[in-house]
Ligand binder design. Structure first.
Ligand code: SF4
Length: 255
């Protein structure tokens, strides 16, 4: 059992960003023994990560992996994808869902990257300041803050925070962001809650917590090491006290 560095009373004494930063640090301190250790290691180069991330949209990682492997097998180079018909690409990624939308988007991304840089790689982004690299990627069709964060952080080790649905849910419940904060703003707020070198760990620990403990429908608050610090825990405790589950609501918003 990890010794808490921040107590509920200590947290209550803090306000604003100091409160959220302290909570973020404490969350990592308590979650890493449970889900870690977390060590950054790139799984793909930056362009591969970008294409893989497009394939993960609206499907499971397993389906996205099947689609990615099929794409790479059928089109060994990215130039092969640019030169292929959208229907051929869609057929090769059909296991990932929304193939007819993803196929032309992937081909267009690759075409634009080649047109702008003369190359089919994105490692040059690591030489740019973070905001420039982010703006470059976001200018590609269909690329938002989450995809940008994944590419820059996972592949290049840059301090960009990707916020997915699990992290957004955990962050709202815990109080790392406000209940009315939208997911786009959550990226900016959470990115500066911890030191830049900890962003990958922060992302992985919160996403794992969301998948394994702070689940969407019925969070396991009784097993949660953050329960004493959590803004939503009393709401869930009350809701789960009834024999029939009802979705907890606070302030008119589903938590
Ligand atoms: S106490 Fe419950 S709602 Fe709060 S973070 Fe833990 S699992 Fe999620």
């Amino acid at each position: 059992m990890t010794t808490p560095q921040l107590t509920a009373a200590g947290l209550a004494a803090l306000r604003g960003n100091a409160r959220r930063n302290a909570l973020a640090g404490e969350a990592m301190h308590r979650l890493e023994p449970l889900y870690g250790p977390v060590v950054w290691a790139p799984r793909f180069n930056a362009l591969e990560e970008l294409i893989f991330t497009v394939l993960t949209q609206h499907t499971s990682d397993t389906n996205a992996e099947a689609a990615y492997n099929s794409l790479r097998k059928q089109f060994p180079t990215w130039m092969d994808v640019i030169e292929a018909g959208a229907d051929e690409i869609a057929e090769s990624i059909k296991h990932g869902g929304l193939a007819n939308q993803k196929a032309p988007r992937i081909r267009e991304m690759l075409r634009i990257i080649l047109e702008r840089t003369g190359r089919l790689e994105l490692e040059f982004l690591a030489t740019m300041p973070l905001e420039e690299a982010r703006a470059w990627l976001i200018s590609l069709p269909g690329v938002g803050k989450k995809t940008t964060g994944i590419v820059l952080n996972f592949a290049l080790g840059m301090p960009a925070m990707p916020v997915d649905t699990h992290i957004y849910r955990v962050a709202r419940r815990l109080g790392l962001i406000g209940l009315k904060t939208n997911v786009d703003d959550a990226h900016d707020i959470m990115e500066i809650q911890i030191p830049p070198g900890d962003i990958f760990r922060y992302h992985i620990l919160l996403i794992t917590h969301g998948r394994q403990t702070c689940k969407a429908q019925r969070p396991l608050c009784g097993e949660c090491p953050l329960a004493d610090l959590c803004a939503a825990k009393p709401v869930f405790a009350k809701a789960f006290d009834t024999s029939k589950y009802r979705r907890p609501v606070r302030g008119g918003q589903t938590l």
